[in-house]
Write a protein that binds this ligand. Structure first.
Ligand SMILES: Cc1cc2nc3c(=O)[nH]c(=O)nc-3n(C[C@H](O)[C@H](O)[C@H](O)COP(=O)(O)OP(=O)(O)OC[C@H]3O[C@@H](n4cnc5c(N)ncnc54)[C@H](O)[C@@H]3O)c2cc1C
Length: 305
């Protein structure tokens, strides 16, 4: 046999013969994650969120992932390197005016362990790439989410989806006993899988408080969208806890973007045409909808009106 031939490209005839140019960065580059394998924050008793990678990972010394946003935004002008202060102004302009694609140039990859009921809400954010632990392939680990006695919330009367204040200790204890019973299914789950019941069916006996894990990769624009919805007070407390930990992991990577996100999105306020008319005229809101009226009152309180 002759020497091994190089693998060929199927459409070799149209591939350029030009050599690949290796162009070095002008200054020193630094790892945004400081050489670490992961940045992890524990969430609740068994959960965690860990940042495992970011693009760009290597950035010119003194810069952050904000530089990748600015680089993409400036492609149309072909402008050279600008001062960091100008970069911040540009990032703020882009975010304020919803010029979103430059923020998609930054990618974030997380490893998360969360209760199944949190994962169900999280997975609704469809623009991420997700790979989840398989309970068909492997035995589900023995980990369940349990609130503390003080953490058992009472059903809210104003928000049908949520709960805010703590329920009385007696009722809370009773609820935790119910969770004990649901968790006790785990022993039977294990024993029946050992006796041959398929894992994909046996898991049907486990409660939604059981933990799952996944890798979740998403660009920064859509991650901010996730944070905007899930750090907010209407989101369930448990997913808020993960979202807030995620924000803490992202903030040092893209500080100008995170600052602009808080200023122009998360802590900002949207006013409807009816609300603007009511503020201008000093008249009541032109809507009889009780919920809309309550929302307007909350906004006025925030505005000091
Ligand atoms: C407080 C709260 C309560 C909620 N309650 C419920 C509930 O009771 N029931 C329920 O089912 N959901 C509920 N949700 C989920 C919610 O309706 C959204 O599905 C979720 O927040 C994801 O939002 P998104 O679609 O903007 O995000 P993404 O899926 O990340 O989408 C981002 C953007 O991309 C667009 N996009 C993504 N995929 C597609 C596609 N395939 N086709 C067209 N456009 C696409 C979206 O329109 C959106 O503009 C709730 C969410 C919150 C925050």
């Amino acid at each position: 046999m002759g020497a091994m031939s190089q693998p060929t490209c199927p459409n070799e005839s149209i591939v350029s013969e030009a050599p690949i140019q290796h162009i070095k960065h002008e200054g020193p580059m630094v790892d945004l994650m400081q050489g670490d394998a992961r940045w992890q924050i524990p969430v609740h008793e068994h959960g965690f969120i860990a940042l495992v990678d970011v693009m760009p990972r290597l950035v010119p010394q003194g810069q952050t992932a904000d530089a990748a946003i600015v680089q993409a935004a400036r492609v149309s002008y072909g402008a050279g390197t600008k001062q960091v202060s100008e970069d911040r102004t540009l990032v703020r302009y882009l975010l304020r005016h919803r010029h979103t694609t430059p923020f998609e140039m930054v990618e974030l990859k997380f490893h998360v362990a969360m209760p199944m009921f949190v994962a169900r809400q999280w997975i609704r954010h469809r623009t991420a790439n997700v790979n989840e632990y398989s309970a068909r392939y492997s035995i589900v680990p023995d980990r369940f989410y349990r609130p503390t006695v003080e953490g058992v919330r009472k059903q809210s009367t104003v928000n049908r989806q949520g709960g805010d204040e703590a329920i009385d200790a007696g009722t809370a204890e009773q609820f935790l006993t119910l969770l004990d019973k649901a968790e006790a299914n785990y022993r039977e789950y294990l024993s029946l899988t050992e006796r041959g019941v398929a894992r994909e069916l046996a898991r049907a006996a486990l409660p939604v408080s059981v933990y799952t894990e996944w890798y979740w990769k998403c660009d920064l624009h859509n991650t901010l969208r996730f944070l905007s919805l899930r750090m907010e007070s209407h989101a369930q407390q448990e997913i808020q806890d993960f979202a807030r930990a995620m924000y803490r992991l992202i903030q040092p990577l893209a500080p100008a973007t995170c600052e602009a996100f808080v200023d122009y999105d998360f802590d900002s306020m949207h006013l409807s045409r009816l609300e603007i008319d009511a503020i201008r005229s000093g008249q009541p809101l032109g809507s009889q909808n009780k919920r809309e009226q309550a929302e307007f009152e909350a906004k006025k309180t925030r505005l000091g009106l």
